[in-house]
Design a protein around this ligand. Structure first.
Ligand SMILES: Nc1ncnc2c1ncn2[C@@H]1O[C@H](COP(=O)(O)OP(=O)(O)OP(=O)(O)O)[C@@H](O)[C@H]1O
Ligand SMILES: [Mg+2]
Length: 234
């Protein structure tokens, strides 16, 4: 595979929710190893686009091609939900605005969930999760429940849960949107250190120009289309 082949390639994406046209023809390439910021007004279709790229949602029209390194390309829009769910678990990681940690599980147990779902035995899963928490500066907080952590600490746990499986692509939907600027910077710096080290591709939605400044490239979604001046590949 050529080094230029985009890891994700979307063509002609259209998607509606009832009468609402959320995506009106989006073409986008995401390059392997890049950190891509997706910006744009509220309701413009950013989350819908991210969900289509990640195989969470199948667009009404258009294609999403995923090119895993050294494996055959997959057309996500043609895969059944069970296959897409499996792929999300093995190849993708997700971070949302409000961490969405399981409140009754400790931090380390939250991080270990995707490893256990992948079939990794609990002792190894816990060891890898503790190691991840340590890299996120959360040493000693592994036994705490999410409710006992600060917002920034909880988001770092969410980042750990997303990255512990070493995903090829990290999808982040306003990962620091609920944090103040200091906590936000702290979470972003740690997250980006980890992804740069592992060459993880990142698609990150943000409203915040300071957050977007951490990205290699940004695209702007307006009314379900990519903003003027934007080219499919740069
Ligand atoms: N599940 C849904 N059911 C109905 N309408 C939806 C659904 N999800 C999104 N929409 C609509 O589709 C459009 C695009 O929504 P989307 O969530 O992609 O926007 P967004 O850019 O992520 O906005 P925000 O910045 O507020 O998160 C909006 O008009 C929204 O109301
Ligand atoms: Mg959104």
């Amino acid at each position: 595979m050529s080094i230029q082949t985009p890891i994700l390639s979307a063509r002609g994406l259209h998607h509606s929710f009832g009468p609402t046209e959320a995506l009106r023809g989006i073409d986008l390439d995401v390059h392997a190893g890049e950190v891509l910021a997706v910006m744009g007004p509220s309701g413009s279709g950013k989350s819908t686009l991210l969900h289509c790229l990640a195989g969470v949602l199948v667009p009404d029209r258009g294609t999403v091609t995923y090119n895993p390194v050294d494996e055959v390309p997959l057309q996500l829009n043609e895969l059944k939900e069970t296959k897409r769910a499996r792929l999300r678990l093995t190849d993708f990681g997700f971070v949302f605005q409000f961490g969405q940690l399981l409140p009754e599980l400790s931090a380390v147990d939250n991080v270990s969930i995707p490893l256990l779902l992948k079939g990794i035995k609990r002792p190894e899963a816990l060891e890898r999760s503790r190691d991840m928490l340590q890299r996120l500066g959360l040493d000693g907080l592994g036994e705490k429940l999410p409710g006992e952590l600060s917002g920034g600490q909880a988001q770092r746990v969410a980042v750990g849960r997303a990255l512990v499986t070493s995903p090829a692509v990290l999808f982040a939907d306003e990962p620091t949107g609920s944090l103040d600027s200091l906590a936000s910077e702290n979470v972003l710096t740690l997250m980006l250190d980890l992804v740069r080290e592992a060459d993880t591709t990142v698609v990150m939605i943000t409203h915040d120009a300071r957050t977007a400044a951490y990205a290699d490239r940004e695209v702007i979604v307006r009314d379900g289309a990519l903003g003027a001046g934007y080219r499919v590949s740069t």
